[in-house]
Design a protein around this ligand. Structure first.
Ligand code: DUT
Ligand code: MG
Length: 620
């Protein structure tokens, strides 16, 4: 779990951001790249030597030679091949390994950036898109910076060195070949761009299908509940057929590619035989030179295949790089203060002073004023969508207010370091989230290696200690996809324990006991009062018992505090709160009666199952 704890220094102190992070890393490895490229130059010069040896051998053969001389030439070719392969291996390794390093750095930067960015970024982004950038785009960049750059460079060098050799043998024949080259290159480029297009179509359809598969798996409950299996299967089959159609079309082009290449180079060879052969007959070049010329020409032709995909690889690389840079250049909306105020202890006074906040152009909070004294328990009541969670988000600086300020102990929260602020506030969010890790790791998420006594106390206060036995593995029980699924109430109590373990001076419960049965909730609240005796507690809740237990109740309406007082005062005033409270009582009574009926139906056997039944009832 310690790996998950990222200190703010690590996230924020990444130094001045380079305009283009990739350039930073390429520069860091410039000598590796230079070394790799130099090796390739050397290797391509070496690769021109075996044809030269071949030429010597053939000319020797026509003039008469000895076996030992031929053996020596063969030995030389083997030696050259050995040296050349060693150099090419080293050069490629040098460049490819740096591409892996660059990928590693960029992935690291991305992860840091993902943790650094705040909620507004994630509200704007789609998860699938972010995942694609962190995987596919990064892979494209790595492939380009490694094998692709290598291939491009090798082709350029080979063409240069090869043409130099060809010119030195026969200028006229070389010029003739150069005229034919663009034709072959044109065929190659046409074939390869078509292949790329076909491949992209396959990939698109495959992505589409993957998405569907994922949705079918995660949405299986909804699909079953609405008996939509048949229609899902049908539309899946249609998509699957389309994938096969595209894959087959791609396959046809792939199969046609190499025969076309062979044909194109074959014609070239025929031309060279015709014109080159005449030069040999005329005595302009030797037979050995004629063979040497042909071998080099074949080597160059095979390099041409690279040309075809250079353009599309480059475009793909630029697009991927753009998408990665877009994320890396993103700045969080919530910034750390340059010189944070240092508070040794936080008592827990909280104040909203004239706070205005908008979500997507809709005013959620409108000059809200609220003072909460340290040590008190305040309940916030309001209709759904009234802005209760938004108040919590402003307190913890998930967002900053448009106007006004939120203070803790009289200090604007924007003046505190985010770490200090968030350490001081334990939020139990509306939607409980647990990681696929052990229960212990989950609850000690906010505190590294908590003392066993504190863990014990947090478990008791959140009433989770009663569940440990049932969970089998106790605190070490694995939760989530890799382990057991907790009930809604257990999840909520685990997130409560997580917040309590931080021992925060300010505790916020955002509707976080809604799935816990009434008795357990009352017990939790009773224990919380002891635990939070000198601390501030903000409860957003609906249950009558929770409301009645609070020191003070505020009603949020139209973005501001509409009523403010103790439970008794507000009931006596007979205003909004009184009406809300009465409706809530009726609702709870109805739910309780329904439960009793259900229990009677089960022949009074339902006491143990009561926890979950209660949870369902409390969800309304
Ligand atoms: N809202 C957004 N975007 C967000 C969050 C909220 O537009 O990311 C809107 C929805 C709602 C208003 O802001 O109209 C207030 O939302 P909030 O979540 O604060 O409401 P709540 O009082 O917590 O409602 P509930 O009792 O349903 O949790
Ligand atoms: Mg809410």
């Amino acid at each position: 779990m310690a790996s998950r704890v990222v200190t703010p220094e690590r996230i924020t102190d990444t130094g001045p951001r380079h305009k283009n992070p990739l350039i930073k890393y390429v520069l860091r490895y410039k000598w590796h790249y230079a070394g790799g490229f130099a090796a390739l130059v050397f290797a391509s010069v070496l690769s021109m030597l075996p044809p030269l040896v071949l030429k010597i051998a053939i000319d020797d053969l026509t003039a008469g030679t000895t076996v030992s001389r031929l053996a020596a030439l063969g030995g030389i070719v083997i030696a050259i091949a050995l040296v050349e392969s060693a150099i090419r291996f080293g050069g490629r390794l040098l460049v490819s390994s740096r591409a892996r390093w660059i990928e590693y750095h960029l992935r690291d930067d991305l992860a840091r950036q993902f943790l650094r960015l705040d909620r507004s970024f994630y509200l704007r982004s789609r998860t699938g898109d972010l995942m694609a950038r962190a995987t596919n785009d990064l892979n494209w960049i790595r492939d380009f910076m490694g094998p692709t750059v290598n291939d491009i460079w090798f082709t350029v060098v080979m063409l240069t060195v090869g043409l130099t050799f060809l010119f030195s043998i026969d200028v006229r024949l070389t010029l003739l070949s150069i005229v034919y080259f663009p034709f072959v290159a044109g065929v190659v480029i046409y074939l390869e761009t078509t292949l790329e297009d076909k491949f992209r179509l396959v990939q698109e359809q495959f992505g589409h299908l993957t998405n569907r598969a994922q949705e079918n798996v995660s949405g299986i409950r909804a699909i079953k509940a609405y008996a939509q299996e048949e229609s899902e299967v049908e539309s899946w089959a249609a998509d699957n057929r389309e994938l096969m159609r595209r894959a087959l079309s791609f396959g046809r082009w792939v199969s046609g590619f190499f025969p076309m290449m062979i044909l194109a180079t074959g014609i070239g060879t025929a031309l060279v035989i015709w014109f080159g052969g005449r030069d040999v007959v005329a005595g302009d070049i030797t037979l050995g030179q004629f063979v040497q010329f042909n071998v080099i020409l074949r080597m160059l032709a095979s390099q041409l295949t690279v040309l075809g995909w250079v353009v599309s690889a480059w475009q793909q690389f630029i697009a991927s790089l753009g998408r990665i840079n877009e994320i890396l250049r993103e700045e969080p909306d919530i910034d750390e203060p340059a010189e944070p105020r240092v508070l040794d202890t936080i008592r827990g006074d909280v104040a909203f002073e004239g706070v205005t906040f908008e979500h997507d152009g809709r005013t959620v909070l409108d000059r809200l004023d609220l003072r909460i004294a340290a040590g008190s328990t305040v309940a916030i009541v309001g209709e759904t969508g009234a802005g209760k969670t938004t108040m919590v988000d402003l307190l913890t600086r998930v967002f900053d207010p448009w106007e006004g300020r939120v203070t803790v102990d009289g200090v604007d929260v924007r003046e505190l370091s985010l770490q200090r602020l968030r350490d001081a506030i334990g939020v139990v969010p509306q939607e409980a989230f647990l990681f696929s890790e052990s229960l212990h790791e989950n609850i000690s998420f906010g505190r590294v290696d908590p003392p066993a006594d504190d863990v014990d106390e947090a478990l008791k206060t959140s009433q989770l200690s009663n569940d440990l036995e049932q969970l089998g593995g106790g605190l070490d029980t694995l939760i989530g996809e890799r382990g057991v699924t907790l009930s809604g109430g257990q999840k909520q109590r685990a997130t409560l324990a997580r917040a309590l373990l931080k021992r925060p001076p300010i505790l916020v419960l955002d509707d976080s006991l809604s799935h816990v049965d009434t008795n357990t909730e009352e017990e939790i609240l009773r224990r919380l009062r002891v635990f939070m005796a000198e601390r501030t507690t903000l409860v957003i809740a609906h249950r009558s018992s929770t409301l009645a237990a609070a020191d003070r109740i505020v009603v949020l309406e139209d973005g501001a505090i509409a009523e403010d007082g103790t439970h008794e005062e507000l009931l006596a005033a007979d205003g909004r709160y009184a009406g809300y409270y009465r409706r809530q009582l009726l609702r709870e009574q109805a739910a309780a009666e329904e439960r009793e009926l259900a229990v009677e139906d089960q022949g009074q056997s339902g006491t143990a199952a009561g926890d979950r039944a209660d949870e369902e009832g409390a969800q309304s």
